[in-house]
Ligand binder design. Sequence first.
Ligand code: JDE
Length: 240
Amino acid sequence: MSNKPTFDVITIFPDYMNPLNLSLMGKAQEKGLVDIAIHDLRKHSVGVHNSVDDTPYGGGAGMVMMPEPWGKAIDEVAAAKPDLTHTLIVLTPAGEKFSQAMAHEMSTLDHLIFACGRYEGIDIRVTDYYRDAPGFNVREVSIGDYVLGGGEVATLVMMEAIIRLIPGVLGNPDSIIEESHSIMTQSGEVLVEYPNYTKPAEWRGLPVPEVLLSGNHALIEKWRAEQASARTQKLRHQGS
Ligand code: JDE
């Protein structure tokens, strides 16, 4: 990666993004491994009422976010990084499903711009425009099949999944490799882990399985493999 990865988030609720300053993502910023900036869309609002939304052409319920504030906000954050390719991520339930594979891919990009829509969404001309704009890639992304009040929480989910994959963010780089093989394949298939136990050896009448106290590492490995396989089978039956 040639540049420190930069994340620009555009939202009408900048405070929604406060968790970015905590825990793993806060540490990543403190260590100087990522640059994160939050931008208030209202800075680019229009008219005496500071509007960012209006009624839909053709009628219907709700409000639609106007293209002009979005265009100005996106142009501004792109102009600040003129030499980078900008990946504009629009959070929407109608987008391509977010996955661990997508997180890996995005962790290698230089400049991610997250557009957090509210109301019934953003005027479609915003994505239409940037899809054809030089220096831009556009991704419409969904984190799952449910409707959120806005893209802010979805952005937090994506950023945490992406940032923890950036080299140096996790303390122990071995754990990320082991985990990516044991929990999730590169294609996003879930491989359930074996169950974990720690002290005490008995808790509320529930014992730790004998085998784990045996010190027999071959037996422990065999038991863990069986447990993981059984639990993965169970998940496959529940899911879809
Ligand atoms: C994301 N899973 C669910 C986004 C939207 C263009 C741009 C944005 C209330 O309706 C919405 C909600 C959201 C927020 O994102 C999610 C989400 N992954 O709910 C849009 C529509 N068109 C609309």
